[in-house]
Design a protein around this ligand. Sequence first.
Ligand code: PEP
Length: 248
Amino acid sequence: MRRKLVIGNWKMNGSLAGNSVLLRGIVAGHAAGKADLAVCVPAPYLAQCQAELSGTAVAWGAQDVSAYAAGAYTGEVAASMLQEFGCRHVLVGHSERRAYHHESNELVAQKALAALNAGLVPVVCVGETLEEREAGRTNVVVCAQLQAVLDVLENPALEKIVLAYEPVWAIGTGKTATPALAQEVHAALRKQVAERSAGAAAGMRILYGGSMKPENAKDLLGQSDIDGGLIGGAALKAQDFLAIAAAA
Ligand code: PEP
């Protein structure tokens, strides 16, 4: 039985004062034991998360990581640095990074590897654009994104990753994949992992992301291969984020 995981992706939002209110609201309202909960915040706020969330049931993480361990990579943040700030998770390959920073499948795979090497859980994001869906290429696209990661990970490491299926056309648009449509892609991803390792596939949490909100969370999270959510907009209000977690 896979335990549900709900992760908030704050994107480039927040302020020290606002974060404090949000984090306290999440901690106060989180019914521990129901689902695992985490927030992925902008890097400058990781120290604040470490101070405010240590000892609580809410984990924290970052939204990106360098593929390199250290060195002349101005502006990059190494996995070991995230680890020093107590991160449990780090998103890799979010569609906004793939689109705006031209991150390739291979680079995303190297980032996942760097995260694992530092003891972090990479949350590997995959998803198709509207154009790709309309061309009937959804599975080809997401499976290629996943395959690049499978190609660089050995089996024990593979068991530690989390996957997130996020159709690009559903992110921040208010359009959500229907539960059946999301389930179909999640099942295809799990099947692909199973071809490498049945054990890893059975244990792997595959999150759905893309305009998940309190009103649609229950139906999406009720699908057999949907093991949680990666939440953008709705993660910025404690009440909405907690309502999604409660539906998990
Ligand atoms: C995201 O940024 O990962 C996301 C799913 O955003 P939203 O929930 O706002 O669509």
